[in-house]
Design a protein around this ligand. Sequence first.
Ligand SMILES: [Fe+2]
Length: 131
Amino acid sequence: MLNYPRVAIDFMNNDHAEFVALRKHLLDLLHTGAEHAQVDAMLDNLLEHTRLHFAEEEKLMLSVQFPPYPMHKGEHDKVLADMIARAEKWKVTRDAKDLSSWLEHAVRDWFVNHVSSMDFVTAAYIQARGE
Ligand SMILES: [Fe+2]
């Protein structure tokens, strides 16, 4: 169970719930020793979802000229780069334990932290600006 707050913008809440489900699905696959191809496909889904979600948030932040945009965008870029590197590493090593431990800990901590701080504040600002 991930403990994170609802934010003021609905599409962000929906995307966050989807992210949680994708992460869980991926962990389930890894824990049941699924085929590499299945894990690859889910990892691609997670990456694609994250890419689209970040782009959507960034578009909104720009449209309301959200002052801390560079900070929020910087964290998105860092996280995406890390995800891409992790996916590449998995494809080379096929180390299921390593990948699931990254998902269990680093991804969980990052997600809960990011939603509770940056997304929470950003959504409140956007909503106050009438979206
Ligand atoms: Fe964000």
